[in-house]
Design a binder for this molecule. Structure first.
Ligand SMILES: Cc1cc2nc3c(=O)[nH]c(=O)nc-3n(C[C@H](O)[C@H](O)[C@H](O)COP(=O)(O)OP(=O)(O)OC[C@H]3O[C@@H](n4cnc5c(N)ncnc54)[C@H](O)[C@@H]3O)c2cc1C
Length: 458
């Protein structure tokens, strides 16, 4: 990419939208130079805060004229360097596009702008008896979540962002505005462009409006904590619960190292043992039967303690602690940076994958722990690394590579939910084979000048 005439670009941007929404303030540039990961930051040339799809379209047309990179930005909570402007350019911040446009309760759909966060949406839905289930640990934007194909603790019952997005309004690299879907419950019409754009990480277009599926709040909810002597027992237990077809809404593993860090950070006193956290949604009688069956299976795997939490406040505290897990590591190991592996394997391969990962983690000597959305075969090794220590970074990357190669050899994936960004680029060929060439061809059709989030995925 040739050198950009930044001065003229900024002047034209200021003529195109309000000048005060075009910023080269040092603090704002720095905030848009990084995400929550260990990847090296790099400053954008300018940060722009659009308010409408038409403005985004005009910005894209200007970016084409200057052959200038554009990096869509939600709240920057991604974990693989997704929003780092590796070649400078425009960081396009969607914070001001944060309106909930329409709640269509009869259709179980909502229409939102991309800067709406998941907790903002759930606050608004409460009064309608509805909720939006996808819950990554951070209070991410729905635009960012669609762009990374995010998921969370409830995926085992409700699915990922891929299952929740009904339609996207997308501004393409040349400024054209398209819709990828409609509001009908099903459609056999044409290619599924919605699916193509979900997980595209800002490399194919900018989302300016999302139509999302929402769900009725369950009549009855029960959470449970199950404590085990070994991680193997906990993992085998969750695999059996899934194979028995019990419709759990959440099934999360926390190993003893992670539990220790969590207790220190959140001032809790959970047993420092491998633990499964469950949640069940349904009507009271069916749910009691699900819980009884689950307990029976866990007992067969030497579960020592099975503690119910029906109380709303206690349940919320349990999941708050779970969502704060990454922050617990970040605060405990100040001065170090978080690197979270993210493989996902078929459920039948989960026990082997976690056994392999634990051996590799202990051998590496890097501080960390294992936790994950084990109900769907996805787990994270959280590693706290000293980014000034080149040898430690190399050891961490080697560990990640071993885990990814293991997962792919079992028909799994290098990333269950965090996405590719900078960190998983090197595994794309291994995972996708010849299909990877066709992804590149799609990118070339939609963004021939490669101005959308360059350096990511490819
Ligand atoms: C503590 C913690 C816990 C986490 N837990 C989880 C988890 O359980 N599950 C999970 O999936 N993730 C998790 N994450 C990662 C992160 O929260 C998700 O990747 C989230 O989806 C990113 O949303 P964001 O709004 O921060 O997007 P950003 O980080 O700002 O952007 C992410 C990507 O989306 C693109 N993008 C943003 N907005 C748009 C738009 N409007 N149009 C097109 N592209 C856009 C960006 O260019 C970038 O490539 C966690 C992160 C943290 C810090």
């Amino acid at each position: 990419m040739q050198t950009i005439d930044v001065r003229s670009l900024v002047e034209e941007l200021k003529e195109t939208i309000d000048a005060e929404r075009v910023s080269q303030n040092d603090t704002i540039l720095e905030q848009h130079s990084k995400d929550e990961s260990y990847h090296t930051p790099n400053l954008p040339d300018v940060v722009v805060f659009p308010k409408t799809a038409e403005e985004v379209s005009k910005i894209m047309k200007l970016a084409q004229k200057y052959k200038c990179p554009v990096i869509p930005f939600g709240i920057g909570s991604s974990l693989e360097g997704h929003v780092i402007p590796v070649k400078g350019g425009i960081s396009l911040d969607f914070t001001l596009m944060n309106e909930i446009i329409d709640i269509r309760e009869k259709d179980l759909l909502v229409v939102v702008q991309p800067g709406v966060t998941r907790t903002q949406l759930n606050e608004a839905l409460k009064g309608y008896g509805l909720f939006f289930p996808v819950d990554p640990g951070a209070d991410a934007t729905l635009g960012g979540m669609a762009a990374t194909g995010a998921s969370g603790t409830t995926t085992v019952k409700y699915g990922t962002m891929r299952n929740q997005v009904q339609d996207l309004e997308v501004v393409l690299a040349d400024g054209t505005i398209i819709h990828t879907g409609n509001m009908a419950a099903k459609s056999s019409s044409g290619y599924n462009l919605t699916s193509l754009f979900i997980g595209s990480e800002g490399t194919l277009g900018c989302f300016t409006e999302l139509t999302l599926k929402v769900h009725g709040l369950p009549e009855y909810v029960m959470a449970a904590r199950a404590v085990f002597q070994t991680v193997d027992d906990a993992v085998n237990a969750v695999v059996d619960v899934r194979q028995a077809g019990i419709p759990v809404a959440r099934a999360e593993l926390v190993d003893e190292q992670t539990m220790h860090v969590v207790n220190e950070h959140s001032q809790t006193d959970f047993p420092v043992k491998p633990t499964l956290l469950f949640e069940f949604h349904g009507n009271q009688s069916g749910l009691m039967e699900d819980v009884r069956l689950t307990k029976q299976i866990l007992d067969d795997h030497n579960c020592r303690d099975f503690i119910y939490e029906t109380d709303h406040a206690k349940r919320n505290q349990l999941w708050k602690v779970r969502h704060n897990m990454a922050y617990a590591f970040i605060h405990t190991y100040r001065g170090r940076k978080l690197m979270a592996t993210d493989v996902c394997v078929p459920i039948s391969e989960l026990a082997g994958a976690i056994y392999h990962a634990r051996k590799a983690l202990f051998k590496s000597g890097i501080p960390g722990g294992i936790a994950g959305h084990v109900g769907d075969g996805n787990f994270h090794v959280t590693l706290m690394i000293d980014t000034n220590n080149a040898e430690e970074i190399a050891r961490t990357k080697q560990l990640n590579k071993e885990l990814v190669e293991y997962a792919i050899s079992r028909r799994g994936t290098c990333t269950g939910e965090h996405g590719v960004g900078l960190g998983k680029k090197q595994f794309q060929r291994l995972e996708h084979g010849a299909a990877f060439d066709y992804m590149k061809k799609i990118k070339d059709v939609l963004d021939p000048n490669r101005i959308l989030n360059p350096g990511k995925i490819f």
